[in-house]
Design a protein around this ligand. Structure first.
Ligand SMILES: *Cc1c(COP(=O)(O)O)cnc(C)c1O
Length: 414
């Protein structure tokens, strides 16, 4: 249960001090939110969004004006030529996989420059899955990996692209559940500009999951993909994903998502246009709330003597906060503390389980309104060295802060 007493305990004092210490970082987050809100509102105005756009279609979804205009608004906000924003894209993995299958052709090679991609993408590439399931590898498309290099080693990347012909450079913005840092939008845009200049035939692709609205603009790449139940959906979209980028590439993705021919003309928005518009409108704000929760958690936990990454005031390119808690018991206590302060399923005690794709048990806290949404407060911790929990989300700063304080208290009670 959340302990609401404003009692004079060590954690509430530390929380007050932590909040005061991060004030300059919060001010920075507010400025990014203001810039992103301004850009979003301007796009709504430019496309004259009206009540009629909030209605949807059924069946094939032909002539879905709300959907088609939303995609133009998205393209404007993301700084791209075109976008595909659909509830038929069920996850970030589906968006990324659709983008890869959409634009790559047999014989193409892909160079990942940020280490191995996020776990759930690996089977689609053909890593670890069974032969013949229809992965990219089955279609004769191969992947090479370069280790994540901090800062990005542009020279080495360009050298590798000169040595061998690559159709695509794959960049993952978020740290995902690794120990590397996230990339800021500007760093990715700079790399993509260099690649575009020297290798104009090479597509720059960004897995933008967890990164949307964290910086003042989105990465300027040929193609971006992400999930609407993370930052991009503002905590409102019940499902969905997006792909944004150059028109020709986005159309290829639509052909892959639906069918060659009908392409983006089909795909009913059903009753969801209102949520998709509201979600985009709220996304800059909710992402700012997510960031404040992460920054507060970093400051508080570091003040309490735990390892944190990134540091509270460090530059960020995603909403993920890593906290090193030192022992499996602490991970369990922390996740229980987060769960107990969640709006849904607060009475549930999270238990470690053998999650597919992991070589150890994983414990998670998730008590959101939308199943699996990680723009809502959530925590994931594999029970292995360095005994770290990955924390993200928080629809409102105040609720996220309470959850972090509750989790910190749970650690103290050990
Ligand atoms: C979450 C995530 C994905 C996959 O998204 P799902 O919606 O969970 O399928 C891919 N890449 C990164 C970096 C992510 O954070």
């Amino acid at each position: 249960m959340v302990k609401c007493d404003a009692g004079f305990d060590r954690i509430s004092e530390a929380a007050k001090a932590a909040e005061a210490a991060v004030k300059p970082t919060f001010d920075r987050i507010d400025r990014v939110e203001a810039a992103n809100t301004k850009r979003t509102l301007a796009a709504f105005a430019e496309y004259k969004i009206s009540t009629s756009h909030l209605n949807g279609t059924t069946g094939y979804g032909y002539g879905d004006m709300g959907r088609d205009t939303l995609e133009q608004v998205y393209a404007r906000v993301y700084g791209s030529q075109s976008a595909l924003v659909r509830i038929q894209i069920v996850s970030g993995t589906h968006a990324i996989s659709t983008a890869l299958f959409g634009v790559l052709r047999p014989g193409d090679r892909v160079l990942c420059v940020t280490g191995k991609p996020y776990d759930t993408i690996l089977p689609a590439i053909g890593e670890g899955g069974k032969k013949g399931e229809g992965s990219l590898r089955d279609f004769g498309i191969s992947f090479d990996y370069m280790d994540f290099c901090d800062p990005l080693n542009t020279g080495e990347i360009k050298q590798t692209l000169s040595d061998k012909k690559y159709r695509m450079v794959y960049i993952q913005r978020s740290r995902g559940y690794t120990l590397r840092r996230s990339l800021q939008s500007g760093e990715i845009s700079a790399l993509c500009a260099e690649i575009r200049e020297k290798f104009p035939e090479t597509i720059t692709f960004v897995d933008n999951c967890y990164g949307e609205f964290v910086n003042e603009s989105e990465p300027c790449a040929d193609l971006l993909a992400g999930s609407l139940i993370k930052n991009a959906g503002g905590g409102i979209c019940p499902c969905g994903g997006y792909i944004a980028g150059n028109t020709e590439l986005v159309e290829q993705c639509a052909a892959r998502l639906f069918s060659v021919g009908p392409g983006r003309e089909v795909g009913p928005s059903l009753g969801y246009n209102r949520e998709l518009y509201t979600g985009l409108f709220l996304a800059p704000h909710v992402t700012a709330q997510n960031l404040k929760v992460a920054v507060f958690a970093a400051q508080l936990m570091s003040d309490l003597g735990y390892g944190v990454n990134p540091a509270a005031g460090a530059p960020r390119g995603d909403i993920v906060q890593l906290l090193e808690l030192g022992s499996p018991a602490n991970l369990t206590r922390f996740c229980a503390g987060i769960q107990a302060a969640s709006p849904v399923d607060s009475y549930v005690t999270p238990e470690a389980w053998d999650m597919p794709g992991y070589d150890c048990k994983v414990i998670m806290a998730a008590g959101g309104f939308i199943s699996g949404s990680s723009t809502e407060i959530s925590a994931d911790a594999p029970l292995r060295e360095p005994y770290a929990v990955w924390l993200q989300g928080g629809l409102t700063y105040q609720s996220g802060k309470l959850a972090v304080i509750n989790a910190a208290r749970a650690l103290q009670e050990s």
